[in-house]
Each structure stands twice: as C-alpha cells, then as structure tokens.
Write a protein that binds this ligand. Structure first.
Ligand SMILES: Nc1nc2c(c(=O)[nH]1)N[C@H]1C(S)=C(S)[C@@H](COP(=O)(O)O)O[C@H]1N2
Ligand SMILES: [Mo]
Length: 319
C-alpha cells in the first residue's frame, strides 16, 4: 500500500538506525493485532529493512534482567571470524557483500533420515524468537545482543535423531570464493572448516539457539550470515558461524579451538570466572564500548538455567 502524503511514521531513511527501528517495532508489537491490521504501511516499512516478521511468528524477549544492549554498530564492527581475517576491526569490510544466496544446510549422521535443505526453507519451519543474551569471548571482551532465531531444540526435534546420538556437531561452510583465509591453505590462520559441538542435553537446553539475525535484521556477514549457533553460557568460540552442516554423532566432536590448542581450549568452554585461561585471568571482562571492566558471572549469568548440566563434573578438568 502506497501513501501519497508522507505519514508521520515514515521517517527519512537516513534517520533510521537499527536501534530506533528495533525500539519502534518493540512498541509497535505491543499494539497487538488491531494495531497490526490498521498499520499496513508500517508493516511495509519494517519489512523492507528487517526480517519479515509478518511471515514468521515472532516471540519477543521482555528483557526481565534489564540488560543494557550494545549498539548495532558495536556488535557489527568488532568481530572474530577467521575465515575472513584475524583483524577484528576489519572483518566487517572483508565480509561485506558475502554471498549467502541459495545457502544449503546438510543434516546427517545418527538421524532417522538425512536432510538437505535450503536456509530459506528451514527458517520457515520454526517459531522465531528474540533472545537478548550476554555474549562473552574467551579473550575477555563481552557484549549484550538482541539475537533473532529459532531454538536449537526445535531444530533437533525436527531432525529426529536416533537415541544413539549423544552429540551435535556443526561445521562452517568451506568455500574459498567466500572466505579468503580458506584459500590461504597452509598459511591459513586455523584449520578449516571450523567445527564446533555440543552434548545433546546442552543442545536441547532452552537457551541454545540458531540465530538468523540481530536487532531484527538479517544476520550481518561479519556476525555469521545467514545462520549461526548461539550458546550464551559458553565462551564465544562455541558459537560457530555460517553453518552449512549439522551432524548427530555418538562421539564427542573435536572442536576447532581444542584441536588448535588443547592445553588452552577444551570442549566445554563454559564461562567461568574461577577458571583462568593459562595466559590470562577470566575474572573480569570489558563490555564493548565501555572503558571499565566488570565482573564475569558464573556460566555468564545463566547459572540457574544450565548449572544442572554439569553436576558432579570437575569444571577445571572439563574446561
Ligand atoms: N566459523 C567461525 N565461527 C566463529 C569464529 C570464527 O573465527 N569462525 N569465531 C568465534 C569467536 S572466537 C567468537 S568470540 C565469536 C564472535 O562472534 P561475533 O563476531 O558475532 O561477536 O564467533 C565465534 N564463531
Ligand atoms: Mo572469541
């Protein structure tokens, strides 16, 4: 629907930042169905820049702990994504224009029936959530991000794994045309494809999600377009980006950083202020954009939700 006269809500395109668009939509969602029906042009305006929440059922996060969100700019301009570059400030430039068209995802291993499905088709099968999570990198920086995506447990139920499946393994796409560092072969920063994994009960936890966007926008290339894992109680390296393969297995996956340096990085990688990295303390973290450090929380603040998964385990041994 097109209006000839500019409506009050049709603000100038260059005045629109992802944050105010996002905040607008949050208010907008509060209007409920009646508001939705009478605001077709608002829906249209939002649909142009955002994930299409008209088609996707969208369940928002009320942010009960009042976490202070990092800005879109902060979240998208300091990144770890070695396939592009190890220069954290430059990932966004190198990743710009990343081609994610016709992205396919292979699901195999211990499942009733292997699946080969496009990202576009997969996304339509699940409820889409907003999840505002703390995110902490093992290097000592952190942020708060409003992710959008579906729950990993919903995907797993859809895949129908066999009872023999004990772990889920994830792989980033290997494509030298997309990722320059994969072309570097023996000079590459790390071994590719990047691999990560979760124990089945970790994967089934309500917090684990497959993120397809942030701030209501499609996942930016530098943050792992078009789809990545988010496990907020673990160090950031577990949250593998640009996933093209998911395998159900009965063996604990050898994740990339454990393979790179088993003395420093393990399989579990739970955020733990009491277990230091061999080369630095993990007691504190610096939130992107802030000067001072703050205390790191046990399981990154998700102790109530996940501590039971590790009952009886020595967290110094299983780091
Ligand atoms: N494929 C892939 N996934 C990856 C990485 C990577 O280099 N390659 N880096 C990891 C690390 S160390 C962190 S801290 C987070 C960073 O996510 P962000 O750039 O969205 O903040 O991605 C993780 N996932
Ligand atoms: Mo990280």
């Amino acid at each position: 629907m097109k209006y000839l006269k500019k409506q009050p809500w049709e603000i100038d395109e260059n005045q629109v930042t992802p944050e105010n668009l996002f905040l607008n939509r949050r208010n907008f969602l509060k209007l409920g169905a009646a508001g939705l029906l009478s605001s077709a042009s608002v829906i249209e305006a939002l649909a142009n820049t955002d994930l299409n929440f008209n088609d996707l059922k969208f369940i928002k996060d009320n942010n009960p702990n009042n976490l202070k969100l990092n800005t879109f700019e902060q979240i998208t301009s300091h990144n770890n994504f070695y396939e592009f570059t190890t220069n954290q400030a430059k990932v966004k430039d190198v990743a710009k224009g990343m081609n994610t068209k016709n992205w396919m995802i292979e699901i195999d291993g211990l499942v009733e029936k292997p699946i080969f499905i496009s990202f576009d088709d997969l996304v339509k099968k699940f409820d889409i959530y907003e999840r505002i999570y703390r995110f902490r990198c093992v290097e000592g920086w952190s942020m708060v991000v409003p992710w959008n995506g579906f729950l990993l447990k919903d995907l797993i139920k859809y895949c129908k794994p066999l009872s023999s499946a004990k772990y889920v393994e994830f792989e980033t796409l290997f494509d030298e045309d997309i990722f320059p560092d994969q072309k570097s072969r023996f000079l590459a920063a790390i071994k590719y494809p990047y691999v990560e994994g979760l124990r089945m009960d970790e994967a089934m936890n309500d917090l684990s999600m497959m993120a397809i966007g942030l701030y209501g926008k499609n996942m930016p290339p530098q943050n792992g377009a078009p789809i990545r894992l988010i496990v907020p109680w673990k160090y950031g390296f577990k949250s593998i980006k640009s996933i093209s393969k998911i395998t159900f297995t009965d063996k604990q996956p050898l994740n990339t950083w454990q393979e790179q340096n088993p003395r420093e990085y393990g399989f579990y990688a739970n955020v733990n202020p009491e277990v230091d990295h061999p080369r630095w303390s993990q007691a504190k973290e610096r939130v992107l954009g802030s000067f001072l450090k703050q205390k790191t929380l046990m399981f990154n603040g998700y102790e109530n939700e996940v501590a039971h998964l590790y009952k009886g385990m020595d967290l110094r041994k299983y780091f």
